[in-house]
Every structure is written in C-alpha cells, then in structure tokens.
Design a protein. Structure first.
Lengths: 249, 384
C-alpha cells in the first residue's frame, strides 16, 4: 500500500503572530517556520502504517517556496521515503492545492492520502474534502483512528458530541485530527539519513494546473483587545448594570 | 564532514523541541526523585543523543566539535542531570576508544555506545588523586594473558549504569607519575568490581556518582586500550581536553536558560508600581548576564571551529572551561537575586540551577587546573 502525505510549511505554532501594518497579511519575515502540526500527525500515521507492515511506501508532497524542502526533509527524517516539492512563490489557495494534489495522485496512484484536517495558518479546512471530490474517492474527515483492513479503511471521526466510525473503500482521502496520534521527534540519525532520500522538484505548470487565486484578501486584523471589566458592590448595582448593557430586560 | 546548514538547523530544532516538550516539564520530578525516568532515557537513545561524537562508520553521528557544541547549547537549556545520562558516552567515556582504541575495540564497543545500549564511565579520579591525576594508585599488574586490577576510583559519573569503564590504572608501579599509567576498557560485570553507594550531592539530582572498587579484578590483556602500556595519561588528558568544550557549551546553555527565565520574571514581577525589569539596577544584572553568556558562546564556537580545522586548542579549551563555568556560576547567582525570595524557594527551580551549576567549576578539571594549564602553556610557548 502506498500512502501520499501532503505537508505544508507554516508559521511555527509557538510563534506569536503579528499582523502587517498595512493589514494585507501576517508578518513572515524572520519568523520561524515549521511543518503544519496536523501534517505532522499525518506523517506519523503513515510511518506507523509502514512500521505495522501495512504501508510499503510513503511519499510526501509540498506546495510552496524552495524552503518548503526543509518541511519535506523533516517528513523524510520522520520516516517517509521520498518527497515531491511543487515549487511556487505564489499564494496557492485550497482549490489550487487540491488540483495539484489530484495531479500528483494520478501519477503516483496511492491507495491512501492522509491530509491534515487544516493548516494552522489559514485554518481553511478545505483541501482534503476538495481533493476527494476532484478524485471521486471516498473521504474520512477529522480522523482520530484509522484501521486498514484489506481494501477498506475504518475511520473513526471526531464529530460534535462524540465519535463516528465509518468504513470507506480505498483509494481514499483521510484528514487527520489532533488526537489521531502523537508525532515522534525526528531522531538525529534519521535527520542525517534524510539527506540522502530523493526529493523531486516540480512546478505547478508541470501538472498543467492554473493556480491563479480566485479569492481576494480584503483585510487581516488582530483580534480585538480584551477590555478590563468593572467590579460592582451590590446585587442591585449588578442588575442595573446588566440592564444598561441590554443583557437583561 | 561538516553538515549543510539545513541539516544542522534540523538537528538543533529537534533537540530544542525535545528539551522544551519532554525534559523541561520533568525537571522538578527528576530532582525530587533523584532519577531520570527510564522512558526518557529510551527516548534519548532513539533520538541518537548517545552517539553524537562517535564516528558514523561506528554507528554514531560523527558530529564536528562545533556541531556538538551547538547541540549542547540546546541541551544546556534544562537540568544538567539529563545531559549526564548520555554525557559520558559522548565525552569522557567513549573518546578514549575513539582516539586510541584498536580497530577491534572500536568495532566491539563504539556501536553499542552510540546506540546507548552500553553506558561508558570514565574512571580516573581516586580518593588520593584528583587534579593530580598522574599520582593515581590503582594498579593493573600483568599476569600472563591477564591484568589484575586493584584500587578505588571515586566520584565516578554513571558508574551505577555503566557497562564499561574507561579505566586509568598504573601498569608499572616502578615508574611514578604519568608514564606508568595505562588506559583500559573494563567490562563492568568483571568479577572483583563492586560499587559504592551513590554519593549524596549538592545538586544535579538524577545524575549519579559513586565509588568503584577493584579487588583482584582480572581482565584479559586485550582490554588494554590501544597496543601499548604507558599511554593512559596522554589519553586521559586528550579526552578531557575535548570534554572541556562540551562542558563549556552546556554552561552556556544553562546560562542562557537562566537569563531567559530571569528576563521573563523581571518583565512580569511588579514592585514600586512597575515591572522590576524597568529598574536600572535589575537591568544592570540582566546586562551582565547577557554579556557574559554571549562572550562564552563566542569563545566556545571559536575554539570548537578552530579545533575542527585541526588547530591545537589546548589553551583555548581551558580558557572556555574556565570562563564558561565561572560565568554560569555568576549568572545563576544573579538569577537568584533577580527572582528574590522566589529565587530562594524551590518552586521556581532557580535555586536548583544555582546548586546544579556549582560542579561545573570542579569536574573535568577545576578552574584552578584550567588557570594552571593556560598559564603554563603561555609561558612554555614564550620559552620555546
């Protein structure tokens, strides 16, 4: 079984995000970048499938600038076998990424694609669903557990108020949720070995995909500052303040 | 072989993450229970920490000195007890074999040391021989195809975990001083070896030291490190010289951690209506800490790079060990001062670091020995 894992280079989750002064986006200059945490979970799951003898090959793919190669290397250090970098300095929207991934999937013919449920930079939560629609494959979203049995995958999904387990036929697209696993640290020897694993570099044009944005960012703003509250002396005062605020009638 | 920048960054960030996410939350527990949990030791094995300095062909990472120091800056950002777990395999326990071992000895031991399957301890210090290492009394007397070892080694780090001891013993009692000393690789399960009770220490709980007592311990003659007797003292000194940069890098890491904690605290703690970090006298302490830690970092990197280029950095290594270990002592002292009462109580961990760093000025060559080496080397050069 071949597993394809898309990985995205995003601002590290520990970094405090700053909005650019012209509100056109967030500041990326001199900011630590890392693999999207949900993608790390996807890579981990693929590596565990390989260790369990269920997967035979893990291919990671990233759409992004040249530096996204570092993100691919991290995945290779965790245990993936080879990488594909689709190089572009442009912003690629979820539909563009999904179309590129579809093209990669048609070439690589994986049995399973494990996608992070969303990237922590734009929080779109669209790529996996769009990809499965474009490919016409089954999908299991928000997975907290994946069991492979023959050509079927039992996927436990985190839904509102509980868990739902579905059985889908492969090839399939699964999107990983936070509790699917706890990703390993890339060990130092494996980081060294990852240097020797192959990475193919492509461009969106090689797949004949038009990545021109269809959305326009109007404004990016910091969340409003929380303002200090007030202390009241009596219940009566509280009631009148609440009435003033229009919270109670 | 020097690593490319990308790989180097990945190694550093992997260790940084391990330190932040796994080790730092355990600092108080390790100190209280005087034990590094076995699952953490196993994670250290898997991470490859035991093999940093062992050549790649023997299963290690074969890092350059500069790379090792860069990683130790990160390792220093948590309790030094964690570093001790693998420290002897990276430094004093293994380097004798790397530098002077026979091919068969390297093949037998280095892969096991690199993986962390076997822990190596360095057994030099004795009750009567510390800084004056050449006066050691433990003997290894040739008896046919064997050596018979007698004597006591003191304050031996990781002795209670050790699979082998890199032992310094006198093979020629008739030759006093350094020339009569040889180095051996002694399996810890050799009959005749007993361990003392782990010593109670001032700090670094979780890292253990104890006496190792040899009573007619017979080892095959092939356990002699290298081919010739009488090379032990040279081996020990070369091993210690390399270890000095490693320890210096740890000192820098601890100092940077303490500075980070102090700055954070000074920015938040309010007195006289303002954050204490706004007060100039507190800023002066922070400035001193930053300046000294930065100076030590630059010294360590400079010496490590020069060593990698093949220069003799005996003097510079001692300068680093001397300055970095004294520096971290001063930084820890100021950290306690900045934290005030909170620095003195155990909850904040600052007093723990204050105790932990005290040993850096003592082991692997005291500050006074470093001064002596530096001064002696300078004068010798002038006289040549």
């Amino acid at each position: 079984m071949k597993v394809l894992v898309p990985v995205k280079r995003v601002v590290d989750y520990n970094v405090k995000i700053r909005v650019k002064s012209d509100q056109s986006g967030v500041e990326l200059a001199n900011v630590k970048m890392s693999m999207n945490p949900f993608d790390e979970i996807s890579v981990e799951e693929a590596v565990r499938l390989k260790e369990a003898g269920k997967a035979t090959e893990i291919v990671v793919v990233s759409v992004g600038p040249q530096q996204a190669q570092e993100t691919i290397r991290t995945a290779l250090a965790m245990g993936a076998d080879r990488g594909i970098l689709i190089k572009t300095d442009d912003t690629v929207e979820p539909l563009g990424v999904a179309k590129l991934l579809k093209a990669v999937a048609e070439e690589e013919k994986p049995d399973l694609i494990i996608v992070g449920k969303q990237a922590i930079d734009d929080d779109c939560n669209q790529t996996g669903q769009m990809l499965s629609a474009l490919l016409g494959w089954s999908q299991g979203t928000f997975a907290s557990k994946i069991d492979i049995e023959g050509d079927k995958a039992a996927v436990t999904r985190e839904i509102d108020g509980g868990l739902q387990t579905i059985k889908i036929t492969m090839p399939a697209v699964v999107t990983s949720d936070l509790r699917l696993n706890e990703p390993r640290y890339a060990s130092l020897p494996n980081i060294m070995k990852a240097k020797k694993k192959p990475i193919d570099t492509k461009e969106p044009g090689d797949y004949g995909v038009d990545i021109t944005p269809r959305l326009e960012v109007q404004k990016v703003a910091e969340p409003p500052q929380r303002e200090a509250g007030i202390k009241v002396e009596t219940v009566g005062e509280l009631v009148s303040k609440l009435k003033e605020a229009g919270v109670i009638g | 072989m020097a690593l490319d920048q990308e790989t180097r960054e990945q190694l550093i960030s992997s260790i940084r993450r391990f330190v932040d996410e796994r080790l730092r939350p355990l600092e108080a527990q390790v100190s209280e229970k005087d034990e590094v949990p076995e699952d953490v030791v196993q994670e250290m094995r898997e991470l490859g920490l035991f093999g940093l300095s062992i050549p790649e062909e023997h299963g290690g990472l074969g890092l350059s000195m500069e790379e090792e120091c860069l990683l130790m800056f990160e390792m220093g950002r948590t309790s030094p007890a964690f570093r001790s777990v693998f420290g002897t395999n990276v430094g004093i326990g293994s380097q004798g074999i790397v530098m002077h071992g026979r091919p068969d000895q390297k093949e037998e031991w280095l892969p096991k040391l690199a993986s962390g399957e076997v822990i190596a301890s360095f057994a030099l210090t004795e009750p009567e021989a510390g800084s004056d290492a050449a006066s050691l009394r433990t003997t290894a007397i040739k008896d046919g195809d064997h050596y018979v070892i007698n004597g006591t080694k003191r304050y031996i780090t990781n002795a209670n975990r050790a699979g082998i001891f890199t032992l310094m013993a006198r093979t020629d009692p008739a030759t006093p001083g350094a020339k009569g000393v040889s180095a051996f690789i002694v399996p810890a399960d050799t009959p005749g070896i007993t361990l003392g009770k782990p010593d109670k220490k001032m700090g670094q709980q979780g890292a253990h030291i104890c006496d190792v007592i040899f009573e007619d311990a017979r080892i095959p003659a092939s356990c002699l490190l290298g081919d010739k007797e009488g090379k032990g003292f040279v081996t020990a000194m070369q091993v210690l010289e390399r270890g000095r940069l490693h320890i210096s890098a740890i000192c820098v890491g601890v100092a940077e951690r303490l500075l980070e904690d102090s700055v954070q605290y000074a920015a938040e703690r309010k007195q006289f209506g303002t954050a204490i970090g706004e007060h100039q006298l507190v800023q002066a302490m922070l400035a001193d800490c930053k300046t000294e830690a930065y100076a030590a970092r630059c010294m360590v990197l400079d010496a490590a790079r020069r060593r990698d280029l093949g220069e003799n950095v005996g003097t510079e290594s001692s300068c680093c060990k001397y300055f970095a270990s004294e520096m971290v002592g001063r930084v820890a002292d100021k950290a306690v001062q900045i934290f005030g009462g909170a620095g003195y109580v155990a909850d904040y961990g600052i007093e723990r670091f204050y105790r932990d760093v005290r040993i850096f000025r003592i082991y692997e060559g005291t500050s006074q020995i470093q001064q002596m080496i530096i001064g002696r080397n300078l004068v010798r050069e002038a006289q040549q």
